[in-house]
Write a protein that binds this ligand. Structure first.
Ligand code: NCD
Length: 291
């Protein structure tokens, strides 16, 4: 049985650091394995550009053969269940199955029934382990280590699997993590701070997309109002610390959570995060299929 990657809270910090070390080697082109005897299968039941296609690139870089699944053209339209769909690909004998699905912890119903390694590409509002790993790799490349760094995660916290995953793992690694945003998007169990104060004092300002597809009711503010009150505007960016960086998991709603002109400014690491996504996904695929 392969090694699943379901949520980072299952992994000891030593194992997280080991994955980052391996990803850093791949980033430098060192010791890239060849898994041409392995087949990976990407099952994305929710839309995805970065996660889906960077897994695809990572699989290609490892020499794996890749099956990409199109839910719209599958037997899901003949009322086949999620479980039976995944079990079908597992029956084909694939080695790794990457899954994204809107149900939190969708993987629980699969565990014990699937031989392939399951790699979680995002479950509902729950977990997004590879996104956090690529965020951590980007932060470590920038600052060398984690302890003592302050990160503010800002925006639609309650609907964000990125916020939930990062909050837990970053704190475990000794970082100070606070959330910020309108009350309707915050969570009582997560520490929050005034956004302007957080922007001035953080080493990492991580902005999130407003996840309208997960909202039961429409947001009380317009995009423009949100930008003025809680977005990283041109004025707020000027108050950031000298070496502080801007991150965002993307897709970005320009001029809502982030001013359009900041997307590729000197402090922005948004495309760097995407680049690192390939290397961390290579590392977790290796962990999943290596015997
Ligand atoms: C995020 C996701 O899907 O959770 N995107 C990503 O994977 N890079 C965040 C988002 O959709 O806003």
């Amino acid at each position: 049985m392969g090694k699943h990657l379901l949520k980072l809270s299952d992994l000891h910090t030593d194992e997280i650091i080991a994955i980052l070390d391996r990803a850093q080697m791949f980033c430098q082109g060192i010791d890239i394995p060849n898994f041409s005897d392995k087949i990976a299968c990407n099952l994305f039941f929710e839309p995805s550009t970065r996660t889906q296609y960077s897994f695809n690139v990572a699989e290609e870089k490892l020499g794996m053969r890749v099956i990409s699944f199109n839910p719209a053209a599958s037997s899901l339209n003949k009322s086949e269940s999620f479980y039976d769909t995944v079990k079908t690909f597992d029956s084909f004998g694939v080695d790794a199955i990457v899954i994204r699905h809107k149900v939190n912890e969708y993987y629980n119903e699969l565990l014990g029934h699937i031989d392939a390694a399951i790699l979680n590409g995002g479950d509902g509002t729950g977990n997004h382990p590879t996104q956090s790993l690529l965020d951590l790799l980007t932060i470590r490349q920038e600052f060398g280590s984690f302890a003592g760094l302050k990160c503010v995660i800002a925006g639609d916290i309650v609907h964000s699997r990125v916020a939930h995953t990062n909050y837990e793992v970053m704190r475990r690694l000794g970082m100070e993590v606070v959330t910020a945003g309108p009350a309707e998007f915050l969570e009582d169990s997560l520490e929050s701070e005034d956004f302007d104060h957080a922007v001035k004092t953080a080493d990492i300002v991580m902005m999130l997309r407003i996840q309208r597809e997960r909202h039961a009711a429409s947001m009380s503010m317009s995009g423009e109002e949100f930008h003025r009150a809680y977005g990283l505007t041109v004025e707020r960016e000027k108050t950031m610390k000298d070496r502080a960086i801007i991150m965002h998991p993307a897709p970005v709603n320009r001029d809502v959570e982030l001013a359009d002109c900041l997307m590729e400014c000197d402090r922005a690491r948004i495309f760097k995060q995407m680049q690192n996504g390939v290397f961390v996904r290579m590392a977790v695929l290796e962990r999943a299929v290596k015997r």
